[in-house]
Design a protein around this ligand. Structure first.
Ligand SMILES: C[S@@+](CC[C@H](N)C(=O)[O-])C[C@H]1O[C@@H](n2cnc3c(N)ncnc32)[C@H](O)[C@@H]1O
Length: 903
C-alpha cells in the first residue's frame, strides 16, 4: 500500500524550480539583498491583488484569520513581527489535540495534475504548436513547460480563474468563488529570496507562448508573482500534483514538527479532494503548529543542507534538531564500542560523541571521519555502495548516515528485488525504519507505513516476521489514518463476510487486497477475488466497479483460473484439508486455505492486518474466541444481541476439552428470547439470575459464575480452566420506568427523590456492585491471558454509558436522573480503572450511539435526529472497540466509533 506521501511545497517545488526555474534564474547579489521577503510581501501585496483583480480589495490579516478559523475551529492564526521581521503568520492550536486527530481538512484553492486538465485547454488553444512534448520528454513532467506538468496546470488554473471573473456567461456564484480564490491566492506568502527577476527567463518563455487573448488578461510581472506564490506554498504528491492550500499554507516549518499532511492517498487517489493535516503527536492547547517543509527522506540530511534549503524560503530554522540535538543524520562507527552511533554532539560540531558508549572520539579519529564524509560528498558515485566496498580503514560512516540512507532509499524505491536478494532488502528497510525513528525522535511516524508494508511483503517465507511487520503497519494506519483504517476494515470485512445481497466494492481497497494476493499468485488476482467472494456470497459474486466500468469476473479466463486453483488446492489437500475442516471452513475456503499463497494471505493479512474486525468472525485461532464473558442486562436489546454474538463466535471457533469460550448471560429473569439463545448454544451460554439493584443477588450471581467457570461444562465436558472471566459487558441501564416514576425530566419541577434514587441504583450503584463482586474473576482471567506486552489487557470491562452523561458535552440540560446517574457511572469506571490497572484489567465506558432497541424506540425524535444502527451491526462494532483497547485506554470514555468522549 502506498503511504500518504503528500509533501509540502518547497521540497518538490525546490526540485521543480531547480530543474527549470532555478536553472534559468540569475539574480544579481545586489538584487538579492535589495528586496527581502517581507518587503516583497508587504510592498507588493496590495499591488498584486490590484494587478490581478483591479476592482477588488486585498484581504486584511483579520479577514485571513477569520477565514482560517472558519475552515477549522482547531486553529488560531497569529502574527509574529511587524511584517518586515519575524516569521509572519503562523497557526496555533485552539484546543488540545490527540495524535492522529484531524486538525484541518480543506480543498486546494488551485491545483494542477500530471493529467493537466486545466493546461490542456490553454495548450490546445494557445501554445500547443510551440511546446509540444517530444517522445524523449514524455516523462519529464518536472519541466514546467511540459504539456502535462502539474506546475503549468496550476498556473493555467489561476489564469482560467481570472478569465472566469469577467466571463459574462458564468453564473454570479461561480464568479464570486473565482474572486474569493484569487483573493486567497494573492494573500499567500511569496518566495522570499528570489525576486520576480529570478523568474525572468521562465516568465519570458511562458509569456511568449501565451495566446494574445491570455496575454491581454495578465502581464509578465503578474506571471512572476504567480510563480513566486507557487514556489513558496506549493504542496504536492510526488511529481504528480501541485496544490495550493489556504489554511495549510500558514503552518510554519519545524524539523521536529507536531503536525503532518496526512491525507491517506488510498481514500481519494486522484481527487481534488480535501487535504488533511493531522497531529503527529499529542498537542497542547496554545502550542504553535508546525509541519516539516522537507519531509522524509529529503529532510534527512545534515543541518547545513537543511539550512540551505530553508534559505529559499528566507528563514533560519531554530528547532532543537537544527540547534542543539546530536546530529544523528551524520553518524559514524564508534572506534571504542563499534556501534554506528558516533555523531556530532550538536548540529555542525566537529566534536563527535557516541550515543551508545558516551565516549568522545579523539581528535584524529574525528578528523578522519569528517574527511571521509567530505570526500564522499564530493564524489558523485553512490556512497552506500562505496561504503560497502570500503576497506576497514575507510569504513567510517555509520549505516544511518544520510549519505548511506539516501542511497538505500533509492534502492528501496525501486521495489521488491528477486527472492535471493530479499534478506538484503529487509536489512535496508530496517536501516530506513531506524533512521526515520531516530531523526524524528518518534517510534511511530507516518513515513513508516510504507516501509513496514514493504517489509511485510519481503518476508513471505517467514510468517512470524511478516505478521510482526503487518501488525506494526496496522498500528501506524490506526494511529495516523484512523478513518482510512476503519474504511478499509469495513470494506475488507464485507469482502469476506457472507451477505445476503451481492454488493459493490470500490477497487481502491480491492486493489490493495489483491495486491497482496497477486504477490503470491501472479496474474490470478481477479479470479481469486472472485473466488473469495464466491466462498462467502451465497447470492453469487457482486459487481466489481473500476471507475465507471463494471468488471465482469465470470468469463472463460476465470473458469480456467478456478480449475488451476482447484488443482493447486488438491495438491496440498492431504496435508491441509483436515486442519481446515476442523476450523469449520466451507469447501471453497478449504480449497483456498490449501493454497500456500492464500494461506499466507489469510493468516497474515486478514488475521493480523485487519485484526480487530476479523478476529470475532473469521479467525478461530484468536484468543477472544476462547475467552469467558459475562453480559449483564442480557434479556433484551444490546445485551441480548451481545450474548448471541459472543456465543456464535465461541461456537464458530469450536474447540473442546475446556478450550471453548463460555458466555454468562445475567438478567433479572430468564426471558424467552434469552432462553432461545441458550438452547441454540447449550454448551456455551449459561443464564445467571442477577438484579443489579439487589446486592445479595449480585453477590450470589458472582459465586455461581465462579462455580460454573471452574466446574465441568454442561455437567459433562471440560470446564473453564482456572475460573477466570475475560470480558464483562455491562449493558443494564434505565432511562425511564413509568411504574416507578422514572422519566427523562425536562424540568426541575419534575425531579422526584425516589425516581432519582432508583435511576442511580440501576445506572450507577448496580454496575459498581457488579464490578465489586466480579472483579476477582476478572483479575483471575487477566492473569490467565496476560501476555508479555503490558499494553495488551488481560481482561476487559466495558460499561455502557451514554454521551448525555458527559458533563463536558452537556449543552442542553434536562434528563436529570439519566444524565447524573450516567455521570456517576463514568466516575466509578474511572476510579475502578485505576485500582484494576495493575491487574491488567482494562475498564472503560462506552457510548453505544442510537441503536434500534426498545429503549430508543420510545424516543422517536432522537431516532429521527441520529443515525439509528442495526443492533447486530452495533454490537459487532462495540466488540471491535473492546478488542482494540489497550491499557492506555483504561479509565476513558469512547463512543461507538471509537472516538473519545469528554467526561
Ligand atoms: C508557507 S509560508 C508560511 C506562512 C507565512 N509565515 C505567512 O505569513 O504567510 C512560508 C514562510 O513562512 C516563514 N516561516 C515558516 N517557518 C518558519 C520558521 N520556522 N522560522 C521562521 N520563519 C518561518 C518563512 O518566511 C517562509 O518563507
Amino acid at each position: 500500500m502506498a503511504s500518504a506521501e503528500s509533501v509540502p511545497s518547497a521540497a518538490i517545488l525546490a526540485r521543480g524550480r531547480q530543474r527549470y526555474l532555478a536553472a534559468t534564474a540569475r539574480p544579481s547579489p545586489a538584487q538579492r539583498h535589495a528586496t527581502t521577503a517581507r518587503d516583497m510581501r508587504l510592498d507588493c501585496g496590495r499591488a498584486l491583488l490590484e494587478m490581478v483583480l483591479p476592482q477588488h480589495q486585498e484581504l486584511s490579516f483579520q479577514e485571513v484569520s477569520q477565514m482560517v478559523e472558519k475552515i477549522s475551529s482547531n486553529l488560531r492564526l497569529q502574527m509574529d513581527g511587524n511584517g518586515k521581521e519575524g516569521k509572519g503568520r503562523y497557526l496555533v492550536a485552539r484546543c488540545a489535540l490527540k495524535a492522529g486527530e484531524v486538525i484541518v481538512s480543506e480543498r486546494p484553492i488551485f491545483e494542477g495534475n500530471t493529467d493537466a486538465q486545466k493546461s490542456e485547454k490553454i495548450y490546445s488553444e494557445a501554445f500547443l504548436e510551440k511546446l509540444q512534448a517530444t517522445p524523449d520528454m514524455e516523462d519529464d513532467v518536472d519541466d514546467c513547460f511540459h504539456p502535462r506538468s502539474p506546475l503549468m496546470d496550476c498556473v493555467a488554473a489561476v489564469l482560467l480563474s481570472k478569465q472566469l471573473v469577467d466571463e459574462k456567461s458564468a453564473s454570479a456564484d461561480i464568479r464570486e468563488k473565482a474572486v474569493l480564490n484569487l483573493q486567497k491566492f494573492c494573500s499567500l506568502c511569496r518566495s522570499p529570496v528570489q525576486s520576480t527577476t529570478d523568474y525572468n527567463e521562465c516568465v519570458e518563455d511562458l509569456w511568449g507562448a501565451l495566446k494574445p487573448e491570455l496575454q491581454e488578461i495578465t502581464s509578465r510581472e503578474e506571471l512572476g508573482h504567480v510563480l513566486q506564490i507557487l514556489s513558496c506554498n506549493r504542496f504536492g504528491h510526488g511529481g504528480q500534483s501541485v496544490q495550493l492550500m489556504f489554511a495549510g499554507s500558514m503552518f510554519e516549518h519545524s524539523c521536529l514538527p507536531n503536525c503532518f499532511l496526512g491525507t491517506a492517498c488510498t481514500a481519494s487517489p486522484n481527487a481534488d479532494g480535501p487535504q488533511t493535516y493531522r497531529a503527529l503527536r499529542d498537542i497542547e492547547e496554545g502550542e504553535v503548529l508546525s509541519i516539516d517543509y522537507l519531509n522524509f527522506p529529503l529532510g534527512y540530511c545534515s543541518m547545513t543542507a537543511r539550512a540551505e534549503a530553508f534559505q529559499k524560503w528566507g528563514f533560519t530554522c531554530s528547532c532543537p534538531r537544527c540547534v542543539e540535538l546530536p546530529e544523528v543524520e551524520r553518524s559514524f562507527n564508534c572506534a571504542e564500542c563499534g556501534e554506528p552511533d558516533l555523531c556530532p554532539c550538536r548540529p555542525g560540531s566537529s566534536v563527535l560523541q557516541c550515543l551508545s558508549c558516551k565516549k568522545v572520539a579523539d581528535a584524529s579519529y574525528a578528523a578522519r571521519c569528517l574527511e571521509r564524509e567530505a570526500q564522499l560528498q564530493r564524489e558523485p558515485a553512490s556512497p552506500a555502495r562505496k561504503v560497502g566496498e570500503e576497506s576497514d580503514d575507510e569504513n567510517l560512516l555509520g549505516h544511518r548516515h544520510h549519505l548511506v540512507v539516501h542511497a538505500l532509499w533509492e534502492d528501496v524505491e525501486a521495489g521488491l528485488p528477486d527472492s535471493k536478494e530479499l534478506p538484503a532488502f529487509q536489512q535496508m528497510l530496517e536501516v530506513l525504519i531506524e533512521s526515520v525513528s531516530s531523526a524524528s525522535r518518534l517510534e511511530e511516524h507516518p513515513a513508516l507505513l510504507n516501509l513496514y508494508h514493504l517489509a511485510a511483503l519481503s518476508t513471505q517465507d517467514d510468517l512470524e516476521t511478516q505478521k510482526h511487520y503487518l501488525q506494526l503497519e496496522h498500528r501506524i494506519m490506526q494511529r495516523f489514518f484512523p478513518e482510512e483504517a476503519q474504511r478499509q476494515d469495513d470494506e475488507i470485512m464485507s469482502l469476506v463476510k457472507p451477505t445476503k445481497e451481492p454488493t459493490q466494492l470500490e477497487t481502491v481497497t480491492v486493489g490493495l487486497f489483491l495486491e497482496e494476493i497477486a504477490y503470491f499468485m501472479e496474474d490470478m488476482e481477479r479470479d481469486l477475488w472472485w473466488l473469495l467472494r464466491m466462498a462467502h456470497q451465497p447470492a453469487g459474486p457482486p459487481e466489481l466497479i473500476h471507475g465507471d466500468e463494471v468488471i465482469e469476473p465470470v468469463d472463460a479466463a476465470v473458469e480456467a483460473a478456478i480449475q488451476k486453483l482447484k488443482e493447486r488446492a488438491d495438491k496440498h489437500a492431504e496435508e491441509h484439508v483436515a486442519q481446515a475442516g476442523a476450523q469449520g471452513l466451507t469447501a471453497w475456503e478449504q480449497h483456498l486455505t490449501c493454497s500456500a499463497g492464500v494461506a499466507n494471505f489469510r493468516q497474515n493479512v486478514l488475521e493480523v492486518r485487519w485484526t480487530n474486525l476479523n478476529t470475532l468472525t473469521t479467525d478461530p485461532m484468536h484468543p477472544m474466541h476462547r475467552m469467558h464473558s459475562l453480559v449483564v442486562g442480557a434479556s433484551r436489546g444490546l445485551g441480548l444481541a451481545l450474548t448471541r454474538h459472543l456465543a456464535e463466535v465461541a461456537h464458530r471457533a469450536g474447540g473442546s476439552g475446556g478450550s471453548q469460550g463460555r458466555v454468562l448471560a445475567a438478567a433479572r429473569r430468564p426471558v424467552p428470547a434469552l432462553e432461545e439463545v441458550r438452547r441454540s448454544f447449550p454448551d456455551i451460554v449459561e443464564i445467571l439470575e442477577l438484579d443489579v439493584t439487589d446486592p445479595d443477588s449480585v453477590s450470589s450471581a458472582a459465586s455461581r459464575a465462579k462455580e460454573l467457570l471452574e466446574s465441568p461444562r454442561g455437567g459433562g465436558g471440560g470446564g473453564g480452566g482456572r475460573g477466570g472471566l475475560h470480558l464483562l459487558c455491562h449493558t443494564a441501564g434505565l432511562l425511564q420506568d413509568k411504574d416507578r416514576g422514572v422519566i427523562p425530566e425536562n424540568h426541575l419541577q419534575k425531579v422526584e427523590a425516589n425516581a432519582l434514587a432508583y435511576s442511580f441504583a440501576v445506572n450507577a450503584i448496580g454496575p459498581l456492585l457488579v464490578l465489586k463482586h466480579f472483579s476477582p474473576l476478572l483479575k483471575a482471567g487477566a492473569t490467565d491471558q496476560r501476555t508479555e506486552d503490558s499494553d495488551v489487557p488481560g481482561a476487559r470491562a466495558v460499561f455502557y454509558s451514554a454521551r448525555v452523561g458527559s458533563i463536558g458535552d452537556n449543552a442542553t440540560g434536562g434528563w436529570y436522573s439519566y444524565r447524573s446517574s450516567k455521570a456517576a457511572l463514568n466516575q466509578m469506571v474511572r476510579c475502578a480503572s485505576i485500582e484494576l490497572r495493575r491487574h491488567s484489567v482494562c475498564c472503560f465506558a462506552l457510548h453505544p450511539g442510537t441503536v434500534d432497541t426498545d429503549l430508543t424506540r420510545a424516543f422517536a425524535r432522537a431516532r429521527a435526529k441520529y443515525k439509528v444502527q442495526d443492533v447486530d451491526e452495533a454490537v459487532q462494532k462495540h466488540l471491535q472497540i473492546v478488542e482494540s483497547r489497550t491499557m492506555a485506554d483504561s479509565g476513558r470514555f469512547f463512543d461507538w466509533q471509537g472516538k473519545e468522549v469528554p467526561w
